[in-house]
Design a protein around this ligand. Structure first.
Ligand code: C2E
Ligand code: MG
Ligand code: MG
Length: 551
């Protein structure tokens, strides 16, 4: 065996990518890891110039320079940028050495691509084996360029699993990991090689597809929902998942970059989350109709306080063991001169976006404290009134003063005021939130987490915050009788809340079966239409006089 054959035999069995080229950069030998790295076959590579597989950056003069260096130093180090189907254009660190086999032969060079294995694991997620977000964004950018040429469109999907933090909390991290693996392989099996699926972060997956027809994206979204909704059984525990899917499309008219498109898909995904998940939503640049309606609400909202169009309704929280009224939540209503009674979901988001929520929220605080104080003066049963606080209101620097004023001016015992905030509000700046909460609690009031289970956080995370009550979101209660996995999650929330010494309130209780379930699982305070819908102050006062709601 000659020396060349001998070397080839060794290289055939090394795990690093290596090739041998001659002094004209013509490939004489390739090893299997190299072929894997660039995604070509031996026949496609051997006998051709290395330049043919490289990007324009690595042209003839680039290789001439390498040749020069090798003559002088016996060694060249740098990066070579390949342009192949698998690599698209990708830079690889490389080292080139002179191989002095036999003096009379034309000189041969060994080209090594070290750390390929390492790069692999950096680019791909350990748990699922899917490409990471950087690769995903890179492929999106490549697709945009390619599609500009053939005038087609792409669609990016961000798929966020609903209630995943709770699954991990309730069933363990290990279980959560198995779920993620299962979902990844289902997604991989269901899409074409040319589509890209990625694990973007945590329990969010990305999907990139080429769109040839307008209806295509919606069909794919339905398909993803279907893939996810097939029950998963792991370790004898069956669960059914849902997802919030945000979709952004990109045509060649609006020049976009991967980052922007991801931002659009993300905002569409958050939109779905806000609506309770289990849906998909397209980001649309043309929000004309919605925008017009919004402006109308915004204009009317500006004068609503002065015109005294707001009122508060009160909904009792009831102890299901004694049927006694345990507390009350104040809920705003807008009596619009043209549209009649407008519910909060129509105008609170607009008030939040425009900042009008600060004035409106101040009005609610004052009104609720004065009303409760009035009930106390009538010698009715002391009870805590809960006021909803929106994120923008909470972040507003004057919020603490507003709360203090409302308490002082109404003369209400601060122990009879509770503020309801959502978990997402706490996520933005943990340290600041904790400080704010401590200051508020210092006044003597208590804090509750509203709509628990709809956000991203888990219970243990909430331990960071000085809160005393947890309100389980009504979407849980709604499905607690029919959906075993929801029932299990609800049970685990109740159990954990208790172990953390939190009071727990179930929202949206509508029937006796839900009451029984909650009683059986140790949640005794409920709020919902089953006991009473939200009532005007007068009517609630009458109810409070009785003190009990008999069923
Ligand atoms: P929330 O704080 O979770 O309030 C509970 C909502 O559930 C209320 O809707 C209530 O009417 C409704 N609800 C209660 N029991 C049942 C039931 O058995 N079945 C069903 N389907 N629904 C039930 P509402 O009054 O429309 O308020 C919606 C949301 O608007 C509130 O959710 C709260 O986030 C927000 N909101 C209400 N008032 C205010 C306020 O003064 N300030 C702020 N910032 N937000 C408010
Ligand atoms: Mg509330
Ligand atoms: Mg709620």
């Amino acid at each position: 065996m000659d020396y060349f054959q001998f070397i080839k035999k060794i290289l055939d069995h090394t795990s690093e990518s290596m090739i041998i080229i001659d002094n004209q950069s013509v490939v004489q030998y390739v090893n299997p890891p190299f072929l894997k790295m660039i995604g070509l076959t031996q026949n496609q590579v051997i006998g051709n110039s290395l330049e043919d597989f490289c990007s324009n950056e690595c042209d003839k003069s680039f290789f001439m320079k390498i040749s020069d260096d090798l003559q002088k130093l016996d060694l060249w180090q740098g990066t070579i940028e390949f342009a192949t189907p698998v690599n698209q254009t990708k830079k690889h660190a490389s080292i080139i050495l002179n191989l002095e086999l036999e003096k009379e032969e034309p000189p041969l060079h060994l080209v090594l691509f070290p750390f390929q294995n390492k790069v692999e694991s950096e680019n791909f997620d350990d748990l699922t084996g899917l490409p990471r977000v950087e690769i995903f964004l890179d492929r999106v950018d490549q697709a945009i360029i390619a599609n500009r040429r053939d005038k087609s469109n792409i669609a990016m999907f961000l798929i966020n699993l609903d209630r995943f933090a709770l699954i991990k909390d309730g069933l363990g991290r290990g279980y959560g990991d198995k779920v993620l693996k299962k979902i990844s392989s289902r997604l991989k099996d269901s899409f074409r090689q040319s589509d890209t699926i990625s694990r973007i972060a945590g329990h969010t997956f990305g999907l990139l597809i080429k769109v040839t027809q307008e209806t295509h994206s919606a069909i794919v979204a339905e398909k993803v929902m279907q893939i996810l909704s097939k029950p998963i059984t792991i370790d004898n525990q069956k669960i059914v998942l849902t997802a919030s899917i945000g979709i952004a499309t990109c045509s060649d008219e609006n020049e976009q970059k991967a980052d922007n498109i991801m931002g659009f898909a993300e905002s569409a995904m958050h939109h779905v989350k806000e609506k309770g998940g289990k849906m998909y939503h397209f980001f649309t640049i043309d929000l004309n109709k919605t925008a017009r309606k919004r402006i109308e609400i915004e204009n009317d909202l500006r004068n609503a306080i002065e015109k005294e169009e707001f009122s508060l309704f009160y909904q009792p929280k009831v102890d299901i063991i004694t049927n006694k009224i345990w507390g009350v939540e104040a809920l705003i209503r807008w009596n619009h001169p043209k549209h009649g009674m407008v519910l909060p979901f129509k105008f609170i988001p607009v008030a939040e976006e425009t900042g009008l929520i600060i004035d409106i929220g101040r009005w609610v605080l004052n009104k609720a404290c004065r009303q409760n104080s009035k009930w106390q003066k009538q010698k009715l049963k002391p009870l805590s009134v809960a006021v909803n606080v929106s994120p923008r209101q909470f972040q507003y620097p004057g919020f603490y003063e507003d709360v203090k004023n409302a308490i002082e001016q109404s003369g209400l015992n601060p122990g009879l005021l509770e503020l309801e905030i959502t978990e997402s509000l706490l996520m933005s700046d943990v340290e600041e939130s904790v400080n704010k909460l401590k200051k508020l609690i210092g006044v003597g009031l208590s804090m509750a987490i509203d709509d628990f289970g709809t956000g991203y956080s888990n219970l243990k995370y909430l331990l960071n915050f000085p809160i005393s009550t947890l309100k389980i979101d009504r979407t849980f209660i709604k499905n607690v009788e029919t959906d075993g996995s929801i029932a299990a999650l609800t049970h685990s929330i109740i159990r954990m809340a208790k172990s953390l010494d939190l009071k727990i309130v179930a929202e949206g209780v509508e029937n006796i079966n839900q009451v029984s379930f909650l009683r059986d699982h140790g949640c005794n305070i409920v709020q919902g239409d089953y006991y009473s819908k939200p009532l005007p102050a007068e009517e609630f006062g009458e109810l409070l006089k009785k003190g009990k709601i008999l069923k």
